[in-house]
Design a protein around this ligand. Structure first.
Ligand code: UD1
Ligand code: UDP
Length: 379
């Protein structure tokens, strides 16, 4: 195709989920050629998302190595992406969020004088150590990008405060809502494969009430993750009729301690699962009474489904959820997690107060807005 070329580059599960609606929107624009390059910083967890959205990458760099260092990953990413960009010569490179793939793709594009569009721009904690290394990835990507797609007004203000020109910042909402709506729609139809049907059935069969748990942040490796697991154990003992379901991230630095601390507990109401495919995870969010997580994306999805979130971190770049009243920061301290969770499990008023908040992340049209702005910029 002769029109302008956009290369959408991503590598991990959350980037894939949040860029899938953008790819689908760009592919509806006949003026644009949209190429998908996956770095496969994640492998299985990325492939799960690609199959849900039926996205076939044009290029797959297959870069995941077990437990590789950030420096090794970054070096491979820069080297391989440089060759991809030299060969395909896109007119715009789109990246999302704050991963090593996002930042290295932006840097490789910058070195080739290719403009960069940054989806989910302007999130900040103001602390380079939390989340680590994602806060640095965000700040550095913003320095390099030409187009900044900020989910919220607060994100836009963060960018303006760093001297980014207002004309280059567009408040679009977060594409996570677009993806979630697509998933909810898919869940109305029969499962596309027997494996998916089995996963959905597994979630369906967890008795109520269910507490959904996820934790994978690097700054929590070691003591933080251990005290999160201790909290789950203590809560499971205190509330034997409540089911704690934890789909465990494939990072061995997460899986090994979690399986050691929770998998061997023998408690019938603690269930460790492999990472769920996106549709099954959305079903789990829907079924959950309450969510304990340190995930960024899940903090954004839960309010769209009216589910309270206890954030297992000391700080968040998503203050909108705290302000809206649907999430609270509880950190990784065992006693605090237990106290806050117990309160929500036993006090219906406290629980109700956290379920009524409006979704601060938009109307599900963010991807269309982003595609339209990219189209205008390139025409
Ligand atoms: C990355 C992102 C983080 C994001 C998370 C989403 C960085 C620095 N961090 O962290 O911001 O929240 O993804 O999940 O980019 N692994 C597998 N199979 C998979 C995925 C991971 O085996 O499908 C294992 C591999 O051993 C891999 C390790 O997990 O080396 C770590 O993966 P990596 O992408 O480096 O870090 P995450 O902790 O997943
Ligand atoms: N998710 C999933 N399966 C799971 C756990 C999470 O599909 O077992 C989805 C979830 O719905 C959200 C995204 O993965 O959209 C969040 O990814 P993650 O927590 O790994 O990364 P973060 O958002 O913290 O960067």
């Amino acid at each position: 195709m002769a029109g302008p070329k956009i290369s959408v580059v991503f590598g991990t599960r959350p980037e894939a989920i949040k860029l899938a609606p953008v790819i689908l929107a760009l592919r509806r624009d006949p003026r644009i050629s949209c190429q998908v390059c996956v770095t496969a910083q994640h492998r299985e967890m990325l492939d799960q998302v690609l199959s849900v959205f039926a996205i076939r990458p044009d290029t797959d760099l297959n870069l995941m190595r077990s437990d590789q260092t950030l420096a090794e990953l970054s070096a491979h990413l820069l080297h391989r992406l440089d060759a991809v960009f030299a060969d395909s010569r896109p007119d715009l490179v789109l990246v999302q969020g704050d991963t090593t793939t996002s930042f290295c793709a932006a840097l490789a594009a910058f070195y080739r004088h290719i403009p960069i569009g940054h989806v989910e721009a302007g999130l900040r904690t103001g602390n380079l150590q939390a989340p680590w290394p994602e806060e640095a990835n965000r700040v550095l990507t913003s320095r390099l990008a030409a187009l900044h797609f900020a989910p919220t007004e607060a994100n836009r203000r963060n960018l303006l405060a760093e001297g980014i020109a207002a004309a280059n910042v567009h408040v679009t909402g977060n594409t996570v809502v677009d993806a979630l709506l697509l998933a909810v729609e898919s869940l109305q139809r029969p499962a596309p494969t027997p494996a998916m049907a089995e996963e959905l059935e597994l979630i369906e069969q967890v008795p109520d009430p269910m507490v959904l748990v996820t934790a994978h942040r690097r700054e929590s490796f070691g003591p933080g993750l251990e005290s999160i697991c201790q909290a789950v154990l203590e809560l499971a003992r205190r509330f034997p009729d409540t089911h704690f379901v934890y789909p465990v991230h494939l990072n061995p630095r997460v899986g090994t301690p979690v399986r050691h601390l929770l998998g061997d507990s023998g408690l019938p109401n603690v269930r460790l699962l492999a990472p769920l495919s996106y549709l099954a995870f959305v079903k789990a969010l829907h079924r959950a009474y309450l969510i304990l997580t340190d995930s960024g994306g899940i903090q954004e999805e839960a309010p769209s489904l009216g589910k309270p979130v206890l954030i297992l971190r000391a700080t968040t770049e998503r203050p909108e959820v705290i302000k809206a009243g649907c999430a609270r920061l509880v950190g990784t301290d065992t006693a605090t997690i237990c106290a806050e969770t117990s309160r929500l499990l036993t006090d219906p008023d406290a629980y109700r107060a956290m379920t009524a908040a409006p979704n601060p992340y938009g109307d599900g049209l963010a991807a269309r807005r982003i595609a339209a702005i990219c189209g205008r910029m390139l025409s």
